[in-house]
Design a protein around this ligand. Structure first.
Ligand code: NAD
Ligand code: TYD
Length: 356
């Protein structure tokens, strides 16, 4: 039986991690404590959890500002909070950034994961009621043609510095399981969307730019395909695996919801036009095909039968519902948006892309 009382969540100030912490406190009946260790990079925003901090702070929620590569700090966190479970979200997560500056990806995603694993191994010292759960991506499997799916058994074939760094971390997690007997699980998930996603990923970029009447950048021919999943559905899968997943196993998680980028951008234009009471052509005319991403993976598509059959997990939010929820959230949370915009992100995006 897993103890699951004092959970160390890394990267809990980011998009998926902040939604995860909220999901666990609000939807699962969890009675224990969550410790959120986050470096607050450009993508981390402690404000995303201000509601959780007010409601659960001190007693059941603590924030530690720090780097997962900092061995002394990480070891101290295990001791100070008597950690029995790690749910590891912290990462550099954006493919475009990994192309412009891969070093930080190697550092955080590989060295950071290794540092956490080693601290867990030393602190847990052979215990079996503990778990290190690693959050990974379907991008480790490479790129698909027109047909086929990624299975848990698909050989790894990462193609971007981001996916290569995530693949490395997955291998190190499994090495700690095989070599030292550390209890581990991994989830490899497809593209997430939802509230609090940093406006560098496709869906928030398009929503933001429509709101600002700016051009909508579509890479290459716009026919690359991604499999989209609402963030709470990813987080319910993580929770299912943390509770009942088998030690040493990998579980694929996906939306079974493939969209060509251009079709998704057009759907967002239609939804925004309805909301704003305008003709969709007003927004579709903003679509701008731009230079393709180097090494741009063509298609991702996940087979997630294993988690469905073994753990009874399923997606609950349709794409139509999820996009409506997401657009509504961005339209209502203008303060979050303006704070994000005044930060590092803006400087980076302007340096690399000009003001798009
Ligand atoms: P994000 O970029 O929104 O958030 C990452 C968080 O990690 C931020 O809060 C950041 O401050 C923190 N962080 C970065 N470096 C750190 C360090 N050295 N020490 C401590 N904290 C650090 O990312 P996300 O989209 O929420 O992704 C979370 C995880 O899920 C990542 O591991 C990513 O690879 C994986 N994943 C993401 C998607 C997706 O579609 N976004 C899909 C599948 C898997
Ligand atoms: P992204 O959200 O960056 O996720 P990932 O690269 O991890 O899949 O991109 C999703 C898809 O959208 C990908 O095929 C690249 C494309 N894309 C654009 O066409 N325009 C954009 O401005 C962005 C950010 C992405």
């Amino acid at each position: 039986m897993r103890k699951l009382e004092n959970i160390l969540v890394t990267g809990g100030a980011g998009f998926i991690g902040s939604n995860f912490i909220r999901y666990v406190f609000k939807n699962t009946g969890f009675k224990g404590k969550i410790i959120n260790l986050d470096k607050l990079t450009y993508a981390g925003n402690a404000e995303s959890l201000s509601d959780i901090n007010s409601e659960f702070g001190d007693e059941r929620y603590s924030f530690v500002h720090g780097d997962i590569c900092d061995k002394d700090l990480v070891s101290r966190v295990f001791i100070d909070y008597n950690i029995d479970t790690v749910i590891h979200f912290a990462a550099e997560s954006h493919v475009d950034r990994s192309i412009h500056g891969p070093a930080e990806f190697m550092n955080t995603n590989i060295i950071g994961t290794f540092t956490l694993l080693d601290a867990a191994k030393n602190f847990w010292n052979g215990r079996s009621d503990v778990l290190f759960h690693h959050i990974s991506t379907d991008e480790v499997y490479g790129s698909l043609g027109d047909s086929g799916y990624f299975f848990e058994t698909t050989p790894y074939d990462p193609r971007s510095p981001y996916s290569a760094s995530k693949a490395s971390s997955d291998h190190i997690v499994m090495a700690y399981n095989h070599t030292y007997g550390l209890p581990v699980t991994i989830t490899n998930c497809s593209n997430n969307y939802g509230p609090y996603q940093f406006p560098e990923k496709l869906i928030p970029v398009i929503i933001f730019n429509i709101m600002d009447n700016k051009t909508l950048p579509v890479y290459g021919d716009g026919k690359n395909i991604r499999d989209w999943l609402f963030v709470d559905d990813h987080n319910s899968a993580v929770w299912a695996v943390v509770n009942n997943g088998r030690n040493g196993e990998t579980y694929n998680v996906g939306g079974e919801n493939e969209w060509e980028n251009i079709k998704l951008v057009t759907a967002l234009c239609e939804k925004m036009a309805l909301i704003k009471g305008k003709d969709k052509n007003n927004f579709e005319s903003l679509i701008n095909y731009v230079k393709d991403r180097p090494g741009h993976d063509r298609r991702y598509a996940i087979n997630c039968d294993k988690i469905k059959l073994e753990l009874g997990w399923k997606q609950t939010v349709s794409f139509d519902q999820g996009l409506d929820l997401t657009i509504d959230w961005y339209l209502k949370n203008t303060q979050w948006i303006s704070n994000i915009r005044s930060g590092e992100y803006k400087k980076w995006i302007e340096k690399n892309y000009g003001s798009r």
